[in-house]
Design a protein around this ligand. Structure first.
Ligand code: GLN
Length: 607
């Protein structure tokens, strides 16, 4: 099954292919040579997984998307104080190539416009422009996670025509913002704009910022953590030039665009996004890139002011049906099948508010376990809410897994209106809907039954007492003696066979066919279902220990056929054949020891 995140991104890509608005940047002549149809989207998670769509590997020049990373490097090299004395952090509200300098100091208003970026490049550590270039390119490589090359023809093309940037660099020199040779700094700036990257590279750079400055795959720190917020703040307010306000308002992610057609967007602690499509709108931002970000932000509720938290927090414990089997006592055939296969039932405990990133993480874990899974039980007991987009993805994952023969069921959401409503809201037409259970035991039993169905284990009927565990090891003639003393009775679905608290009539029940539930009454009148019993199992056997009061209620879940043994009849037979009672008690003790072992297993699985 394909991850619904991937499917979503593919759909998004498909729906925007027809958006052909905008023009290629032409003031750098070489940029007009790119294919205007290229379109890639990449989304990288905090643990380094890249979801790629379209031309995600296509290389193009990074242009202004380099600016926040060079600014980051300057902060790391020279400290906030010095950098701030030379370059402001105020949005200019002007185009990227505007000459927006502070009227008194001559400091560029921010590092995202060309004036600020050229000044930034001149500030990098290094005794001369060559050393500064070494520093710049190695820092950039750390952000990307691989060594970068520059596109020489774009670099030369810009260097040969960049008169306005040259004027800006001289202005900066005039105001004392640039110390050394402004033309050398400018060449470094032109080269930095010509780094060849793919949109997947951009997504990794964005993810490194989102991940507190550490590359999610290489684990290398690209930036001291203390500067990450500063870089993101400047991106948030100035990254989209004279579109920055609307951008924050509508999309709400720190971002940066470049005239090569790249855009990055950073979701702190959640995702890094890179988009590439070279046709630009009037403000110099990739037209499709803007649209992708708008849609992603809306569909996945990604506005930075929305919420925060680590996606892996959404998934708590993961355990299997082998750790916590149903409380039903299986027949020996079922038990031996479960020994082999119960681990293929997986419980996932989900936590907190489920948003798209948490659900992405959960679905990915499910995909990883899928080859060894027959059913998933998603326990939503500890979930406080779910966004519609997260519910939609979960629902799509449920359907996708279902398609592959893997059931996904929910538990403990019955009284959780906000969750059930969200799940229902997103249910697709023609979808039979999700299956949910009031508790994990009912769910795991359902999943176990699915396993039995897979193995075609038939619902067995037990016609002779010799098949019952309680009679194991009893010589056949003795078993027949007991059998002769029994009566048979049928119960209809829903019928109460024994009632908790009632004085027992000394009857023991042996189920020949059908299934019953054992229920313990609760104070509020409801019942807690402790187990279910099917053919080959017995109840009421505590009579053997002289217990008279019924401790639990037993209800027929289906049509049930029982063989009944009264205690008087048993006493009569055992008077002449005491062996019978000894064997029954031995088997009972063994059975109780097994139940105890299972209970201990449950408790340790839950601890
Ligand atoms: N190299 C380009 C320039 O200085 C970068 C501009 C941009 O990407 N917005 O004009």
């Amino acid at each position: 099954m394909q991850s619904p995140i991937q499917t979503y991104l593919e759909d998004l890509h498909n729906s925007l292919v027809s958006l052909t608005d905008g023009e290629l940047a032409s003031y750098i002549p070489e940029l007009t040579k790119v294919n205007p149809d290229w379109f890639g989207i990449s989304l990288v998670t905090m643990d380094g997984l890249a979801y790629n769509v379209g031309d995600a590997d296509q290389l193009f020049t990074i242009q202004s998307v380099s600016k926040p990373f060079v600014y980051a490097t300057a902060l790391a090299d020279r400290g906030v104080e010095l950098v701030s004395s030379k370059i402001g952090v105020e949005p200019s509200g002007d185009a990227f190539n505007s000459i927006s300098l502070d009227p008194q100091s001559g400091a560029p208003l921010n590092p995202m416009i060309n004036a600020g970026a050229i000044a930034t490049t001149s500030l990098l550590a290094g005794t001369d422009p060559q050393a500064q270039w070494q520093r710049l390119s190695s820092s950039m490589s750390t952000f990307v996670g691989r060594d970068l090359e520059i596109d020489d023809s774009v670099y030369h093309s810009e260097s040969a025509t960049g008169f306005r940037n040259r004027a800006i660099a001289w202005m900066l020199k005039n105001f004392g913002i640039i110390d050394g040779d402004p033309m050398a700094a400018l060449e470094n700036y032109f080269r930095q704009c010509s780094f060849e990257v793919s949109c997947q590279d951009l997504a990794f750079m964005a993810a490194t910022l989102a991940n507190g400055g550490v590359h999610p795959v290489t684990g290398r720190r690209a930036l001291p953590a203390e500067h990450v917020e500063r870089v993101l703040s400047v991106m948030a307010t100035c990254g989209m030039y004279n579109y920055a306000g609307s951008w924050l308002f509508e999309v709400g992610m720190p971002a940066k665009s470049g005239v090569g057609g790249g855009i990055i967007a950073v979701l702190p602690g959640r995702f890094g996004i890179g988009i590439f499509s070279p046709k630009l709108d009037a403000k110099g931002n990739s037209a499709r890139g803007i649209e992708v970000c708008k849609r992603l932000s809306k569909d996945f509720s990604l506005h930075v002011f929305g919420r925060s938290g680590h996606p892996s927090m959404a998934l708590g414990r993961v355990y299997s049906g082998a750790d916590a089997p149903s409380r039903r006592q299986p027949s020996s055939e079922m038990r031996s099948y479960l020994t082999e296969h119960a681990r293929r039932i997986k419980y996932l405990c989900l936590h907190g508010y489920l948003a798209v990133d948490g659900v992405e993480y959960i679905i990915r874990r499910m995909l990883q376990m899928a080859s060894d899974t027959h059913s998933y039980i998603l326990d939503l007991h500890q979930v406080d809410g779910i966004s519609d987009c997260a519910a939609r993805l979960l629902n799509e994952a449920r359907r996708g897994f279902g398609h592959d023969g893997i059931a996904v069921v929910f538990t403990r959401i019955h009284a959780r209106k906000s969750i059930t409503q969200a799940l229902r809201r997103v249910a697709a037409r023609g979808d039979r809907g999700y299956l949910s259970f009031e508790d994990n035991d009912l769910a795991v039993e359902w999943c176990e039954n699915r396993l039995f169905g897979e193995a075609a284990i038939p619902p067995i009927t037990f016609a002779s007492l010799a098949n019952f565990l309680l009679f194991k090891g009893m010589p056949l003639d003795l078993t027949e003696q007991v059998e002769a003393a029994t009566t048979r009775q049928a119960f209809s679905t829903g019928q109460e066979i024994v009632t908790a608290g009632q004085a027992g009539d000394g009857r023991m029940y042996f189920i020949e066919s059908g299934q019953v539930s054992v229920l313990v009454p609760l104070a509020d009148g409801a019942h807690h279902r402790i187990t279910s019993l099917s053919a080959g199992m017995n109840f009421g056997e505590m009579v053997l220990l002289g217990q008279t009061n019924r401790t639990a209620t037993v209800c027929a879940d289906t049509e049930v056929q029982c063989r009944i043994l009264g205690s008087h009849q048993l006493e009569e037979i055992t008077a002449t054949s005491p062996m019978i009672k000894i064997i029954l008690l031995e088997n009972l003790a063994r059975d109780m020891a097994n139940s105890l072992r299972r209970a201990t297993q449950w408790i340790s699985a839950l601890a």
